[in-house]
Design a protein around this ligand. Structure first.
Ligand SMILES: Cc1ncc(COP(=O)(O)O)c(C=O)c1O
Length: 395
């Protein structure tokens, strides 16, 4: 389906639906009347298969205790294999109510207080919070940055691991907000360094399906024929791909038996609940019946990205991270806007709600992250506003 048809069929106005993105603007930004381009969910209704499966479940009318049916595991296994060549086994899989929850648990079950945990900044802010709020030592390592291009500083990564006796690396692959899809070489290099220094890898692959052009997401566990799979846990979900965040159902893969035992003991104590059958139903239906919707969605996101790049050519020193993966666009406004004025510019002048660079790391003030998981019209109104106000600022 083309971009226009997809948007007219699936776009939904979310105002008045307890949407964090639209109805919590006042709460979060102190202003209810902004164009919302922040938190990572979308304005698109889920595939018909999901709505139908949920309807059927509701019509049944019984919501007693459930377990995860084999058909759910099979749907996840099939998706991972057909889309990413990742051969999973059911016994390695666990379910969590979100990837962020799993990150918090992993930090708490696999490290001790004051242990060091490393992240590559700028990165999704819960990566920072899960370490700091768990009273671990957060070690940040900035990506190399050059005019919108982000690469890994391997020398600094290894040095910081050694200096701080780092115990865990929380990896974002694909990377939010830099939009990078790590190459096989980059992944192998990171995993090799971690293995050599006995650093456990937590690989957040929630954006695995949203990759563009020639780029290919490579699950960390498959690198070097699975050589590093015993030194990691992987987290992914259908929630970004199919706009199911509030269904609270994510997959955690733990191949190593010892790590799995620790996971099971920890979650028995701290998450002793049954599954949410609506989440299970929605995810299974999306993976089985949502492929066409998903392929069309990718076209919309990439169209939005290309449109932004084209529109922003008027300001050649606004650097935009090439969108290899995710639907989140990181934009460097520092050549045009004083970094101390970035919020005044973005929120008060442009009337936008965005994620600010400094949320992702202290050295990234002056950057904003825009959510492209919406209609071209909404993206265009945000970009128009940025351009109009950049012209004013730069007279
Ligand atoms: C890298 C990354 N991990 C996790 C999440 C959220 O995961 P969940 O909603 O499953 O907690 C996001 C959402 O934007 C994300 O970008």
């Amino acid at each position: 389906m083309g971009v226009k048809d997809f948007c007219s069929k699936y776009y939904v106005d979310r105002m008045g639906t307890a949407s964090l993105k639209w109805d919590a603007l006042d709460l979060r930004f102190g202003d209810p009347d902004l164009i919302s381009m922040w938190v990572a969910d979308m304005e698109f209704k889920v595939p018909e298969a999901v709505v139908e499966a949920l309807h059927n479940r509701v019509d049944h009318g019984i919501f007693g205790y459930s377990f995860v049916p084999d058909s759910y595991y099979e749907a996840v296994i099939d998706w991972e294999y057909s889309h990413h060549g990742y051969k999973l086994e059911k016994e390695w899989m666990r379910i969590s109510p979100g990837v962020v929850a799993a990150l918090y648990w992993a930090v708490n079950m696999y490290t001790k207080e004051d242990d060091s945990v490393i992240i590559l900044t700028p990165v999704y802010y819960p990566f920072h919070n899960c370490v700091k709020e768990s009273h671990r030592n957060l070690v940040t390592c900035d990506l190399n940055y050059d005019k919108g291009i982000y690469t890994i500083d391997f020398e600094a990564f290894e040095r910081k691991i050694v200096e701080n006796q780092v115990k865990m690396y929380i990896m974002c692959s694909p990377h939010n907000p830099a939009g990078r899809v790590w190459t096989e070489e980059e992944l192998e290099k990171m995993l090799e360094i971690c293995a050599r220094h006995k650093v456990l890898v937590v690989s957040d692959e929630i954006h695995q399906d949203l990759v563009f052009g020639e780029k290919k997401h490579i699950p960390a566990a498959t690198i070097a024929n699975g050589k590093y799979a015993d030194n990691m846990i992987t987290a992914f979900a259908a929630s970004k791909t199919f706009n199911l965040a509030t269904c609270l159902t994510s997959t955690i893969v733990i191949k190593n038996e010892e790590l799995r035992k620790t996971w099971d003991e920890f979650t028995r104590v701290f998450n002793n609940v049954e599954v949410n059958i609506f989440g299970i139903t929605a995810v299974e239906a999306a993976l089985r019946g949502g492929n066409e919707w998903y392929q069309s969605l990718k076209k919309v996101i990439y169209h939005n990205y290309q449109m932004v790049v084209e529109e922003m050519k008027e300001f050649p020193e606004v650097y935009i991270a090439p969108l290899e993966g995710t639907y989140l666009l990181f934009m460097d406004l520092r050549n045009y806007v004083d970094i101390e004025q970035i919020k005044e510019f973005t929120q008060n002048q442009c009337r936008l709600a965005v994620d600010y660079g400094e949320w992702f790391g202290e050295n990234w003030k002056g950057f904003i992250r825009l959510n492209l998981g919406t209609t071209p019209d909404i993206v265009m109104s945000a970009i128009d506003s940025i351009k109009t106000n950049l012209r004013k600022v730069n007279g």
